[in-house]
Design a protein around this ligand. Structure first.
Ligand code: NDP
Length: 310
């Protein structure tokens, strides 16, 4: 019997995915139907993005798995109607995009590019930026994206540190874990990159107390999730000069409301959740592989731990 694969994402994604996903699943040898609409009781797999609006999985009686197009699963992981395995997106294109975005914004601050791009004033200043080995970049979250960005920064010569829930050993990255590890990681972080998931344990991980551990003038780069930061505490730290700049891609409310103080703050850079987007060309391979695995009775890749929330 054919398996039915429901594509449930924002309508504008379907034209981008239809042919690519069809081709990718064909290569697995699985007999399938792919559509944006089925009788829920007849769906085997849901390819899912939160912006589809699908919230109630109860009618999906024979569902085998939900395959998320997004790496971040905070909006679905606690859904009580979802009782089947949930896999998140881990994909080369997503890693490449995040690595480029993080590296670009780290280099901007490391080199002090703004001085020349926006501060050109006819004065011949010869301040030379330091070399990367004398700059510590700390990454909170050493998962798929944090490790990829960390390795790229280390290859440029930066002194890279990182922090995760469980202990890690990563070449060229000094790894910390646990509460005392967080303190040490923050104390050295001249540039701090947040690549943690949004879970109950990471909410407001950057608050007044943890921000105070950063060296004065530290730069914060957040492509992780908005709730990782206590916004009032960050604005206070920016106001006092303790934090030198914040480059923020993600926010508690998206789109960021036009009157939010971040938009007009001269030491905040807002980017509209574009750090890294799932790329259909590579993401369809990850989706197809999990459908193949499901049909072959093999374990799914990149399953979300529902108790940890990521
Ligand atoms: P992973 O699950 O691979 O990595 C998460 C990392 O965070 C792991 O190292 C994990 O530790 C660590 N972590 C989780 N909880 C804690 C905790 N309580 N204390 C310390 N460390 C913790 O995720 P990805 O790298 O794939 O993605 C990270 C996040 O990036 C996503 O959840 C999403 O929010 C965001 N994202 C943003 C995008 C954008 O465009 N702005 C695009 C894609 C993703 P451990 O290794 O020990 O498990």
């Amino acid at each position: 019997m054919s398996v039915n694969v429901l594509f449930s994402a924002h309508a504008d994604r379907w034209p981008q995915y239809r042919d690519l996903l069809t081709s990718a699943i064909i290569t697995t040898g699985v007999d399938f139907n792919l559509a944006t609409d089925f009788d829920p009781a007849e769906v085997d797999y849901v390819v899912y993005a939160p912006n589809s609006g699908l919230r109630d999985f109860a009618p999906f009686a024979r569902l085998k798995a939900v395959l998320s197009l997004w790496a971040g699963v905070e909006s679905i992981v606690g859904n009580p109607t979802l009782t089947v395995p949930l896999a998140r997106m881990v994909d080369h294109g997503l890693q490449q995009g995040m690595t480029e975005w993080v590296t670009g914004h780290v280099l901007r601050h490391h080199l002090g590019m703004d001085r020349h791009i926006t501060g050109q004033d006819g004065i011949w200043r010869t301040d030379v930026p330091p070399l990367a080995p004398s700059r510590t970049v700390c990454i909170l979250g050493l998962g798929e994206l944090g490790q990829a960005a960390g390795k790229a920064l280390a290859s440029l010569g930066f002194n890279v540190t990182g922090w995760s829930r469980t202990p890690k050993s990563i070449p060229e990255v000094t790894c910390f874990d646990g509460a005392s590890g967080l303190q040490t990681a923050l104390e050295g972080a001249e540039i701090l990159v947040l690549l943690l998931p949004d879970t109950p344990a990471t909410t407001n991980i950057l608050d007044a107390k943890t921000l105070a551990k950063l060296p004065r003038g530290a730069v914060i780069i957040n492509p992780g999730r908005g709730p990782l930061i206590d916004d009032d505490a960050l604005l206070a730290a920016l106001g006092s000069g303790h934090v030198g700049h914040a480059t923020l891609d993600v926010f508690r409310t998206e789109p960021l409301p036009p009157d939010h103080p971040y938009w007009s703050h001269k030491r905040v850079t807002v980017t509209p959740h574009i750090a890294s987007e799932t790329r259909p060309e590579t993401a369809v391979l990850a989706i197809a592989e999990n459908i193949r695995r499901g049909e072959a009775g093999e374990p799914f890749l990149h399953l979300v731990d529902r108790t940890l929330g990521y």
